[in-house]
Design a protein around this ligand. Structure first.
Ligand code: MG
Length: 132
């Protein structure tokens, strides 16, 4: 068994949808990024890739590559986990912690788990999303 840790942070900017855990959350500001800026999905990708010794999100999806501009991070998550599975590993559980002053995510946490699990092809009970 291997354990991976992923951390991500993006700036909040006006006029961009806020996507967290694959869910568009009501907010005046969203996360800047080359893709949709979904920090939860990005941290999960890095945890999966790191545990499997397959590099990180930047090595798999270079920010200079226009192919990934505006990409859904759930698609990147699916692609990353495909690499992990091809290397012979599979996810047991993922525990995602959002560190942010806002928004409150209690109402959408279950949906986030379902979206992330759906992108991975695992049961939603294998994914936990919490906020500090
Ligand atoms: Mg990121």
């Amino acid at each position: 068994m291997r354990v991976g840790i992923g951390v991500d942070a993006h700036a909040l900017v006006e006029g961009v949808p806020l996507v967290l855990g694959g869910v568009e959350v009501e907010s005046a500001r969203g996360l800047a990024g080359h893709s949709d800026g979904d920090v939860i999905a990005h941290a999960l990708i890095d945890a999966l890739l790191g545990a499997a010794n397959l590099g990180d999100i930047g090595s798999l999806f270079p920010s200079g590559d226009d192919q990934y501009r505006g990409a859904s991070s759930l698609d990147l998550l699916w692609e990353s986990y495909r690499e992990v599975r091809e290397a012979g590993w599979e996810l047991v559980n993922a525990d995602c912690v959002l560190v942010a002053e806002e928004p409150r995510i209690g109402d959408v946490r279950d949906e986030m788990c379902e979206r992330l699990a759906g992108a991975l092809g695992v049961e939603s009970g294998q994914i936990a999303v919490r906020a500090t």
